[in-house]
Design a binder for this molecule. Sequence first.
Ligand code: NAD
Length: 517
Amino acid sequence: MTAQSAILATETPETHADWRALAERLRTERGLETRAYIDDAFVAAIGGETFTTANPATGEPLAEVASCDAADAEAAVVVARRAFEAGEWSRRAPGERKAVLLRLAELMEAHRHELALLDSLDMGKPVSSAMGDMAGAIGCIRHHAESIDKLYGEIAPTGEDSLGLVMREPLGVVASIVPWNFPLMMTAWKIGPALAAGNSVILKPSEKSPLSALRLAQLTREAGLPRGVFQVLPGFGHTVGKALALSMEVDCLAFTGSTGVGKQLMQYAGQSNLKKVFLECGGKSPNLIFADCKDLDRVAEHAAAAIFHNQGEVCIAGSRLLVENSIREAFVDKVLAAAERMQPGDPLDPASFMGAIVDETQHARILEYIRRGVEEGATLRAGGQALGGEGQNGKGLFIGPTVFDGVTDRMAIGREEIFGPVLAVFGFDTEEEAVRLANDSDYGLAAGLWSQDIDRIMRVTRRLRSGQVFVNNWADMDQTVPFGGVKQSGNGRDKSHHSLEEYSDLKAVWMSLTPAP
Ligand code: NAD
């Protein structure tokens, strides 16, 4: 560990005051890395442009960050291709790649408080939740590091005159474009398998949360990743993101973000070189509550956490609550009581369950959906207003847990992804109606169902059109289980060995076993 990286690695903040002190030290002693990371160097954007990233819990600017553009994308792509062809990483023995990635995981572990703090400051999530993200991110890097030297090729069952070998090869240059809601964890889900498989990776973090990615770049260098194998281009989607997506030298786009941008990326791939496009997109996930549940208080607590965790800025937020009408009134009361305990607070207070909304645009968008919900005739049972005094200076962007009852599948709040702390409650009378409502969506990322009846659980689980189904839990997670959606929620899978497979191509080799001519 270098002297520089040791500054904050020794800190183990626990209390609100500890986290605030650490934030201050980060700013005054360390300083934040704000430049792009290209070809093993931290550099200004070629055009000299910068953008401001701000702390949404206080409204105060955090840093001026390099705003990369097409020229930076082009430069990084040349470097990535060169590194790939040189083979120092792409052809390195998997066991050696594993050692480097395990070192990276160790460094991330040593700096987990600092990385969590950067995400919390940059996008407003509670620091306790950001610490959970770090565990997921580090576990992901470790998992793929450990997997890569245990993957075997195949010998196909051909006739005896030939030998059919099936080998896995890295794709080449992978551009990974990620969102802001889980900045470092989404990054790890992409770069872990892509790097383990031997690719060169160019990361474009969201313009709303670039800081942890740049700190990670410093750690990859310290871990010993060869020059040019990992690069970070902060900047906007329509500039540097689009340039990467249109590049003829990028072999794969690994994307997490909105469905609209996912569709654009597929078009860019078609307009350029037919690069592979893995998409993890949006959701409007249904959570089905059947009247036979034994402990409705506990279910209500989970149903509230399913939407209010991370301020509702979660792709798999349980944003549609479908409740059997016979228990609906009582159940909604319990959800309201649980929501009351989840009010937002200063993200740096480890006791805060919710933090700040990422920026003014998202804040205004959420409030506009709430206005439309009222206008369309849903019943506002809780929340619905902008708050402000939860941060340290009264200027932050906060919205309390908001619950609408009496929502129908024709209302915007019942169909569209809001990406904020807004719960839409629907009623149903029969299992058939519950399944119909649950599947009546463009999205298919996650679904939950709560019941004691195993026959019903099996029937309904089979019929839900969703990449993942949570039975009597919401968002149980493990690195060993694939994560992704169907329909317009995307076509890729993060996590598990299935994601590792996405970052390699199959090569078939025919060896003739007859005497050589
Ligand atoms: P977004 O689509 O606006 O942006 C995602 C990334 O794409 C950002 O880095 C952005 O700069 C970039 N981008 C935007 N326009 C681009 C363009 N024209 N070309 C190339 N890149 C472009 O999404 P967001 O607001 O950052 O994140 C929220 C969305 O992400 C939600 O829809 C959420 O459901 C989704 N999400 C999905 C998952 C999942 O695993 N399915 C996980 C987290 C978030």
